[in-house]
Design a protein around this ligand. Sequence first.
Ligand code: NAD
Ligand code: TYD
Length: 344
Amino acid sequence: MRILVTGGAGFIGSNFVRMLASERPGWSIRVLDKLTYAGRRDNLADLESSGRLEFRVGDICDPAASGSAVDGCDVVVNFAAETHVDRSIDDPAAFVRTDVEGVRTLLEAFRASGGRLFLQISTDEVYGSVETGRSSEDDPLAPRSPYSASKAGGELLAMSFFHTWGVPVVVTRASNNYGPYQYPEKLVPLFVTNCFEGLPLPLYGDGLNRRDWLYVEDHCRALLAVVERATPGRIYNIGAGEEHTNLEVTGTILELTGADRSLVRMIDDRPGHDRRYALDISRISFDLGWSPSIRFEEGMARTVEWYRSNRAWWEEIKSGRFREYYMAMYADRLAAGKSVEADL
Ligand code: NAD
Ligand code: TYD
């Protein structure tokens, strides 16, 4: 088996590559990654130097880079994307480029190569905000941020290649991931590392938005099952059934890090902030026998421990250009924010 993992230097991609490297010793692994601000070649340095994988720096929007990376591969797993909702509100163009146009470019390369499976990694955010119940794969899509709209475009294009030319495509829609190697712009790593640094925790709005929190290792195990056993043309939800408000997530992080509650600040909300996502995962459980195995408390304890023991990893990120992003995103809102100790 020869597998191409695009976006393999990012959070979920690098966790997936690690799982493949240790659990599928006979597989040959190639990574294609543009190394944007979110991609770190160091995340896979040990595997690269031991010759366990081939690493290529390249953009999925570039037909030559996509074409040569796909060449000879049986399976392509496309993690490559712009992924942060807040950044998509500032600059939608980068999202349309990679998450739509990049997917088309990679799909065309794959179609020409005649591979066995193209797995497009999508998100539960394509369903939009779900006030009650759980989203099933056949529900209509109603994305509401430039990020989720671009991801919806990418997966619709992928399915169009299946329907039009019979290209063997599968789409997965996962809920919010957390775990090792997540770039500290996202809620969990931002709050964990801010706790370690004694910095404020900027909670948007009333802190009552809900997400289904999926430990990254559970997600990767589901994707492995999809790669090995899914039927082309299928779409699979992947969630943990661990629904928690942002306030609850914050409380768990404070407890695990031992940080002071006075760090929490209620700040101006994200524009168009989706209130809730929730997934029905019966299809993947029934078809592929997958179910999540790591509970929220355990996953969060492991995650906090990883950031505690890998301080150099995130300190290097947070001391670089991340600082400018952080100041632009948070400085004014934090200055006007208020304390919420009573709610925790
Ligand atoms: P990430 O931001 O940590 O990593 C994205 C990776 O893609 C980086 O290594 C980056 O360098 C690379 N990349 C970006 N643009 C590229 C391009 N044009 N060409 C090649 N490489 C490029 O993202 P993540 O959190 O690991 O998410 C991976 C995938 O999973 C994304 O498709 C995302 O939409 C999806 N997803 C993420 C979550 C989550 O909670 N993080 C949940 C559901 C789905
Ligand atoms: P995030 O990690 O950005 O993932 P997504 O927006 O894709 O779900 O955010 C998770 C939740 O946390 C979301 O409801 C927004 C909220 N949030 C904050 O309250 N403060 C923050 O600083 C961040 C980054 C997110």
